[in-house]
Design a protein around this ligand. Structure first.
Ligand code: SIN
Length: 530
């Protein structure tokens, strides 16, 4: 059993920032299921939304966030995160993060990008690989910190609570079981301060901009432990992911539309003016629905993003990753429009937390994409998520050391060893892969951009059967990472569907043909297993 003062699960911006701050107070075990760099943060292209320009203001950033969130954001939470952003940006710069700059009247100033729903230029970026830049600098700092121990290739299985252990105290989280994938054994990690920073669940859908690790592990574990989950019906579909038979999950950043990119239909004509006066820079829910509607109307497999108003030199310099990737696949964005389709991108709901990241289970915090703080409401404003990850990590670290002081650890709690019983090796991997594909396809067909009661009902019925099958595997066979991911996917898919069925209106990212209007009642969806 590994014992630590803090136990962080996940190695993106939220997990690493928290670990660095907590390490000043005690020992940190950082558990991550692949290598440190394998996080959604490292894939973020656009950047970090933050008020830094003189002509911008916190009020404007708050107003844009509330507008995108379609009435469901918590305004106090939005204001707190927006106004604490500049301090967190300074810390990132202090760690060596190189945001792009340019010269203005003899001085170096930050270069600011624009994205959909933002009334001002306020996106700090590092070319089109902002997330990679942030991740590399945070990871280097965390690896150099003696109080942080990395446990890579460790797959968190389940939260351990005092209730599960049958202890008489008030229920709280006291650790996790995790599969050491290389050794093939299950280890226990004991801590009174457990931080979920496991990211989102894009892999629950057939098409996604997310890396393979995004299998909803944090929400699934929290759900199974009876923790409150909120607003999981709000899955954001990014309007523009590259459409190419050999390329999986490659994002064409919204920053391209911020630099004048125009969406064209299969007839080569711009179409966004028909849907919103902000045209290509309308909030994402509107743009993704417009593309979906154009594709259905014309029967085309994709739409196109036109960047031909820029020179090759500009595109190579400002968007080197996107430009080179397109070129490698036979598309020259300086000469031809880029084929794009919408794909699942961001989980706006998640484990319900307060403004310190504290969840409904004592000792458990959730930060970053896995959490639902109230910032995103029914639709996240572009590039608000890295900001939220950094701010909430800072706040959670400050809160946890005062709410759960270090000297008071109940280290005497012993976690029983994992029992495999007479579980056998999985005999037919094909069954796991088949179920995996079935979940992702049914979620895409029945629970994506446009929903109906009937589609949701069908999805719920199929998921019920799949869930039973997957849970039988789980109990009968020795666990593997694939099996654990499948179990998490099916649980998260069922939570999304149940949340969507409860929302009998259309709001933000949840659009249903059966209830096309917004309801006058503005409510979060709250789900808990117990
Ligand atoms: C993008 O670059 O378009 C993604 C930004 C985001 O999802 O916040």
């Amino acid at each position: 059993m590994t014992h630590s003062d803090f136990l962080v699960i996940g190695s993106g911006i939220a997990g690493l920032t928290f670990a660095l701050k907590a390490a000043k107070h005690g020992s940190v075990a950082l558990v991550t299921k692949r290598q440190g760099m394998d996080s959604s943060t490292a894939w973020a292209q656009g950047g970090v939304a933050c008020v830094t320009a003189e002509e911008d203001s916190f009020d404007l950033h708050v107003a844009d966030t509330l507008d995108a969130g379609a009435g469901l954001c918590d305004e106090d939470v939005v204001r707190t995160i927006v106004s604490e952003g500049p301090d967190r940006i300074q810390e990132l710069i202090g760690l060596g993060v190189a945001f792009d700059q340019h010269e203005d009247e003899g001085k170096q100033v930050l270069s600011l990008g624009r994205e959909g729903g933002h009334s001002k230029r306020r996106i700090l970026h590092s070319r089109d690989t902002t997330g990679r830049e942030i991740e590399e600098k945070l990871l280097a700092a965390a690896r150099a910190e003696p109080n942080i121990t990395f446990h890579e290739h460790h797959y968190a299985i389940d939260l351990i609570t005092t209730a599960k252990l049958g202890l008489p105290s008030e229920n709280r989280c006291v650790g996790i079981y995790a599969l050491d994938e290389k050794a093939g054994v299950v280890e226990s990690f004991r801590s009174d301060r457990v931080i979920l920073a496991t990211g989102g669940c894009g892999k629950v859908y057939l098409y996604t901009s997310n890396p393979d690790i995004a299998t909803g592990d944090g929400v699934a574990m929290a759900w199974r432990a009876g923790v409150m989950i909120s607003n999981m019906e709000f899955i954001q579909f990014h309007p523009t992911v590259l459409y190419h038979p050999q390329v999986k999950s490659f994002l064409i950043s919204e920053a391209l539309r911020g630099e004048g990119g125009v969406l064209l239909g299969s007839d080569d004509q711009p179409f966004m003016a028909k849907y919103d006066e902000r045209k290509d820079l309308a909030p994402r829910d509107i743009v993704a629905r417009a593309i979906d509607s154009e594709m259905k109307r014309t029967g085309s497999r994709c739409v196109f993003l036109d960047m031909r108003h820029h020179t090759k030199e500009y595109l190579e310099d400002r968007f080197p990753n996107i430009y080179q990737t397109c070129l490698q696949h036979g598309i020259d964005p300086a000469k031809e429009p880029i084929p794009v389709v919408p794909a699942a991108h961001y989980q706006c709901g998640g484990v319900r937390t307060d403004i310190h990241g504290a969840t409904s289970l004592q000792g458990l915090y959730a930060i970053g994409e896995v959490a639902c703080t109230g910032l995103h409401g029914a639709n996240r404003l572009a590039s608000n998520s890295l900001l939220e990850g950094a701010v909430l990590a800072h706040r959670a670290a400050a809160h946890v050391v005062s709410a759960l002081p270090l000297g008071r650890s109940n280290i005497e709690i012993t976690i029983p060893e994992w029992q495999s019983g007479d579980a056998e090796d999985v005999d037919e991997l094909v069954v796991i892969y088949h179920n995996w594909d079935e979940i992702r396809r049914l979620m895409w067909d029945y629970v994506s951009i446009v929903r109906t009661d009937k589609r949701l009902q069908r999805a719920a019925t199929r998921l019920r059967n799949l869930k039973q099958e997957v849970h039988e595997f789980y109990w009968h066979f020795k666990i593997t990472a694939d099996l654990l991911e499948l179990r998490n996917l099916v649980d998260v898919a069922a939570v999304i569907v149940e949340s969507a069925r409860r929302r009998q209106e259309s709001r933000g990212l949840h659009y249903t043909l059966d209830h096309p209007e917004k309801s006058a009642r503005v409510e979060d969806t709250l789900l808990s297993r117990f």
